[in-house]
Design a protein around this ligand. Structure first.
Ligand SMILES: [Zn+2]
Length: 172
């Protein structure tokens, strides 16, 4: 009897916590990408699938918008959202997560390599991605270790390329 009541209380508390979580995420503009990528309340595969904390952080920073992209940095410099354009290509697009991960031409070579490798794995969810948004969701929500490692290496390589380009464009 006591056990049953405890289980009911825990279930109710969990339900309340998830409701609050969902409301907070929807209202928090900064968590726009997380809201788009996160499909359930369960821990995501990469949290336990990738043991190395340092590697996991690359995925986490894109999912939680704690990256150095202009969409985020511009916020601290009071640059209006539409003016947070990418300094690394000629697309005149806002440097946000979608642009960084799927469009920016600075990373075309690295991205082509990633896409070829993902094509090689041949996951049907990957092969059916028909928009930049779906590609972003697939990349930021890896469900197997091979994909997770490829995406982490991709993000790391793109950020290193971006940093090098920044040093060339704005030498200290
Ligand atoms: Zn760009």
């Amino acid at each position: 009897m006591i056990k049953s009541q405890t289980q009911k209380s825990v279930a109710k508390l969990t339900e309340n916590m998830y409701e609050l979580w969902d409301q907070e995420i929807i209202l928090n503009k900064k968590l726009e990408i997380f809201n788009m990528v996160k499909e359930s309340h369960d821990p995501d595969f990469y949290i336990n699938g990738i043991e190395d904390r340092y590697s996991r952080k690359y995925l986490a920073m894109l999912r939680l918008s704690t990256h150095p992209l202009k969409i985020e940095i511009g916020r601290y410099h009071n640059i209006s959202r539409q003016n947070r354009t990418c300094d690394y290509c000629n697309l005149n697009a806002i440097e946000n997560e979608i642009h960084f991960m799927t469009c920016c031409t600075l990373y075309s070579n690295i991205r082509n390599k990633l896409y070829q490798e993902l094509n090689g794995i041949g996951n049907s969810n990957w092969l059916s991605c028909d928009s930049d948004e779906k590609i972003l969701c697939y990349l930021l929500q890896p469900r197997d270790i091979q994909t997770a490692k490829l995406v982490i290496a991709y993000i790391k390589s793109c950020l290193e390329t971006r940093k090098k380009q920044l040093q060339i464009t704005f030498p200290v």
